[in-house]
Design a protein around this ligand. Structure first.
Ligand SMILES: Cc1cc2nc3c(=O)[nH]c(=O)nc-3n(C[C@H](O)[C@H](O)[C@H](O)COP(=O)(O)OP(=O)(O)OC[C@H]3O[C@@H](n4cnc5c(N)ncnc54)[C@H](O)[C@@H]3O)c2cc1C
Length: 504
């Protein structure tokens, strides 16, 4: 008899952990296939440190094939799931398509940038959900500082050196806190900058920084940000974004070339496309992480609405901590459904949160104990090292280097503005300007066991960052099949805006 086929969609916190646990539980008893657009697991909590030039981008990744030896990796993005035929259709990074059949399916496709219907935001803001966006921000910020230094126009200089972050959750807070330190470091010791400091603003309609967290964490973060010189504006949002600035909800117009959109995330549109019961865009599941009426389908992480058994009536928040633990339970329950072990419900109480504010500062409450200052900094970094599934030594080495050497103030310019649109179903991939005309000779469904078919018709979704130059030709719109059914918007192309930095 053939072995059961387990297909896992998404290799983030939830999917990676599912695969890793299943390798232990079901090795040689089932075929485990992991479908993911990239060949790495991304440790998202350290992304702000990539944007701030502390960590090199590969540090926050963990190779899938290098660490999951008994799992077959299929590179691609699921764009259609036929629940009756038990097949997952996907597009690979070269434009080909394929299909995987399953006996058990684990959906762990995570989330994408959240949009709000504010004029100009989709065109002029950038999100912070994937490695391309972090790389883009690092280069863009460096370039603004360099262009400002060479400019004779004080207004343009001020505008380039004003960086606006919208959304004061943990992501926006860390981006602003790290960003201010980064730009201070870029201008340090340069006579041109004598007495002038780049300015970072952090806006949110909420009344306090990190409103979803313990008030003490929030107060610590607020204090550190203000001491550092970040202009923290709570109760304020953006009314309109233009190529040269943003109009705030209080009527002020701020000249800037940088708008970082950290207002939150929404579940990956793939979940929605299934036509199954949803809870705020997340796939509703039972405490065993099974989809009601489809016991062979499991979902976990940001994409799933998992009942929080420690707080009846609510669902677990979208955090790495929950996704990681849910991945393990999903694996246990998949194995149980194949006759190995007993199913168990997902139950987990928060163990606290850590927010790295850069330098030696952090805000943390491990096991509910509020910490600030260097102690919190040490706990935070220790936590991340322990939580990362790999690459720890390299991360620690980068931290050490950052402590003793100045940061490298160079921009490579490989990720362009238009290749990281805010409105995308795949923030993990930089958009390419031109889609492959046809799949390459062997470029479809090439993994054994998958059924390759003809060209997908997807445009601009290839995973090559930085090929092609802005100004040569406007990139094609990125109308990914996976964008279908997105409630807010569909993908749009991002041409360099006139008067904006242009990414040339
Ligand atoms: C900048 C940032 C900082 C954060 N910091 C923290 C923190 O400090 N602490 C914390 O608890 N949480 C943090 N979070 C939230 C946390 O990272 C998420 O809750 C967590 O990643 C969710 O795990 P997941 O497995 O559901 O999704 P992800 O980790 O996002 O993984 C989803 C995977 O699915 C893949 N995928 C997507 N669509 C498809 C498709 N169609 N087909 C195949 N594969 C697909 C993606 O490429 C990705 O590999 C942060 C998030 C961000 C963006």
């Amino acid at each position: 008899m053939s072995r059961p086929r387990i297909v896992i969609v998404g290799a983030g916190f939830a999917g990676y952990r599912t695969a890793r646990t299943l390798e232990r539980l079901a090795r040689n008893k089932a075929d485990i296939t992991l479908l993911n657009p990239t060949d790495y697991f991304l440790y998202l909590p350290l992304l702000p440190q990539v944007a701030a030039g502390i960590l090199e981008p590969r540090r926050v990744t963990v190779s899938l094939t290098g660490t999951l030896r008994h799992t077959r990796l299929v590179l691609g993005e699921a764009d259609e799931i036929d629940l009756d035929a038990r097949t997952v259709r996907y597009a690979d990074p070269e434009g080909g398509v394929g299909a995987l059949t399953y006996d058990r399916l684990v959906l762990a496709a995570g989330s994408v940038n959240k949009l709000l219907p504010i004029p100009g935001v989709a065109e002029h803001a950038h999100g912070f959900r994937g490695l391309p966006e972090a790389l883009y921000l690092r280069d863009h910020v460096t370039r603004q500082v360099e262009l400002a230094a060479g400019s004779e126009d004080p207004k343009a200089c001020r505008s380039r050196c004003t960086f606006v972050v919208v959304g004061a959750g943990y992501t926006g807070t860390e981006v602003a806190a790290q960003g201010q330190l980064f730009t201070d470091e870029l201008v340090r010791g340069q006579p041109r900058w004598d007495g002038v400091r780049p300015r970072w603003m952090l806006l949110d309609i909420a009344e306090r920084v990190m409103p979803e967290m313990d008030e003490r964490l929030s107060a610590t973060a607020d204090r550190v940000l203000r001491q550092r010189g970040v202009d923290v504006r709570m109760g304020t949002s953006v009314k309109e974004a233009t190529p040269t600035g943003v109009l705030l909800s209080d009527g002020e117009f701020v000249d800037t070339r940088t708008l970082v959109w950290c207002v939150g995330v929404r579940p990956d549109p793939l979940a929605e496309s299934l036509g199954l019961p949803m809870e705020r865009g997340r796939l509703l599941v039972e405490p065993t992480l099974q989809v009601p009426g489809r016991p062979e389908v499991f979902a976990c992480g940001d994409a799933a609405a998992v009942p929080d058994l420690t707080k009846p009536g609510s669902y677990t928040p979208m955090t790495a901590q929950h996704a990681w633990r849910q991945g393990k339970v999903a694996a246990l329950n998949v194995a149980a459904s194949l006759g190995r072990g007993e199913p168990k419900p997902y139950r987990h109480s928060d163990l606290g949160f850590v927010v790295d504010l850069g330098g030696v500062k952090a805000a943390a409450n491990p096991l509910g104990i509020p910490l600030s200052g260097p102690v919190a900094g040490a706990v935070t970094r220790g936590y991340h090292l322990a939580a990362m599934p790999g690459n720890r030594v390299r991360v620690a080495a980068d931290w050490l280097l950052d402590a003793v050497l100045p940061r490298q103030g160079v921009q490579l310019g490989l990720v362009r503005s238009w290749s990281v649109p805010l409105d995308t179903a795949s923030p993990e991939l930089a958009k390419a300007p031109y889609a492959p005309a046809k799949p390459e000779a062997d470029g479809h469904g090439s993994a054994s066991g998958s059924t390759g078919t003809a060209a997908s018709g997807r445009t601009g979704e290839a995973a090559s960052a930085g090929d092609g130059a802005a100004g040569k030709k406007t990139p094609e719109p990125t109308g990914a099949a996976r964008g279908r059914g997105t409630p807010e918007r569909t993908d749009t192309s991002h041409t360099p805006a006139p008067g904006a930095e242009g990414d040339s």
